[in-house]
Write a protein that binds this ligand. Structure first.
Ligand SMILES: C[S@@+](CC[C@H](N)C(=O)[O-])C[C@H]1O[C@@H](n2cnc3c(N)ncnc32)[C@H](O)[C@@H]1O
Ligand code: SF4
Ligand code: SF4
Length: 350
């Protein structure tokens, strides 16, 4: 076992605080959202043995089930049964379908369930995701609340909704739930990508009506004047895809390293090239006053654009633009996915 992986297995250690592990048990989905990053051209699944081998090899603080709808995996409940016995925080991101597949007793083992909600109205949500999605989400979110399982809502910030996310946060507030926001990433196409103006207008509009729980999106963190964060991409997050490959970030395109690389290297996987690249800082950023908090912005986005060596395309400093963001912090909450990469978590005011 490499020195950096510590002495215990499958639990956090003094030597390593534990990874935030993103597991995609399958890329299958009951829906086919046009903005989705998953590869719908083939079906891949992780086996229970593969999941077990990862948990046995690296210290894991939290596991989030994502990528597709995990409930479509034939071994889904067995794998949840295994994960809930491990000393880690188990969470899942879902359109509602997979939550419906989990019996009450097993659902109670989740530390957070994230429901994808991109619009504040049923008509808009169902037009994007499919008929009945709004109703299913609300039915399952209410069930989670009844069972005492914390709920978060999660939106993709994109062209069609960039100025509506404070309204989505209002919908979430009915469950006393935060809203987690990921900026659209052009994995399959750039159809939904925000323009520079939309990106900054979106955050200004959002922060005018919501309180901030956490900001991991590097540029936003820097322009809001928050201090550098610990962990993040290339350091404390690992993704294992349904294809049994390992990535530093969910939007890291390409095939990725084989799972065996992780199983051999353990925690030292962060010394491998993709993780190093995810931590890389563009030369043009070296003298920037925001370097410590921003570090060049989102490396996944830079790489998707084929411009890993350049500052984030949404960088205002490079353009000589002043984009100071005014934020109000919410009382802190214990959210299992706080450490998760380039993301922003808010809660509606009032
Ligand atoms: C791929 S889905 C998997 C879980 C589940 N099927 C769902 O939709 O919540 C995980 C999250 O990624 C978001 N997402 C999908 N494509 C994206 C993209 N291109 N950029 C940013 N987020 C995206 C989804 O909206 C969802 O919130
Ligand atoms: S429900 Fe989730 S995994 Fe399925 S297509 Fe939509 S965003 Fe992708
Ligand atoms: S110059 Fe680089 S470090 Fe500075 S704000 Fe822009 S992307 Fe971030």
């Amino acid at each position: 076992m490499p020195a950096s992986s510590g002495s215990t297995v499958g639990a956090t250690t003094e030597a390593h605080p534990g990874f935030a592990l993103g597991l995609g048990l399958t890329n299958e989905c009951n829906l086919s959202c046009s903005f989705c990053y998953r590869d719908p051209s083939r079906v891949d699944r992780l086996s229970l043995d593969q999941v077990r081998s990862v948990i046995d090899k690296i210290p894991v603080r939290s596991v989030n089930l994502g990528t597709g709808e995990n409930g479509l995996h034939p071994e889904f409940l067995n794998i949840v049964g295994y994960l809930r016995e491990q000393p880690l925080k188990l969470t899942m991101t879902s359109n509602g379908y997979s939550v419906q597949c989990v019996p009450d007793a097993q659902l109670a083992a989740f530390k957070d369930i994230e429901f994808s909600l991109d619009y504040p109205t049923e008509a808009e949500q169902d037009a994007q995701r499919g008929p009945g999605n709004w109703a299913l989400l609300h039915e399952q979110a209410a069930r989670c609340k009844r069972l005492g399982v914390p709920v978060t809502f999660i939106s993709v910030m994109m062209q069609a909704n960039f100025d509506r996310l404070a309204e989505v946060a209002e919908v979430a507030k009915a469950y006393d739930a935060p809203l987690r926001i990921n900026v659209y990433q052009s994995v399959q196409s750039d159809t939904y990508a925000l323009t520079y103006e939309q990106y900054w207008t979106a955050f200004e509009t959002l922060f005018a009506k919501t309180d901030v729980i956490a900001i991991g999106e590097p540029l936003v963190r820097a322009m809001a004047g928050l201090p550098p964060r610990t962990g993040g991409c290339g350091v404390a997050t690992v993704r294992v895809t349904p294809r049994a490959t390992v990535q530093p970030c969910v939007y890291w395109t390409g095939k990725g390293a084989a799972l065996d690389v992780l199983l051999e290297a353990g925690s030292a996987v962060v010394d491998s090239e993709p993780f190093e690249k995810a931590r890389s800082v563009p030369k043009a950023c070296e003298s920037c006053v925001h370097l410590a908090a921003c570090r060049g912005g989102c490396a996944g986005r830079r790489r998707l654009l084929g411009a890993l060596e350049s500052p984030d395309p949404y960088c205002p400093i490079i353009r000589g633009d002043n984009r100071k963001l005014s934020i109000r912090m919410a009382p802190s909450r214990d959210l299992p996915k706080l450490e998760s990469a380039c993301t922003t978590i808010v809660i509606a005011r009032g």
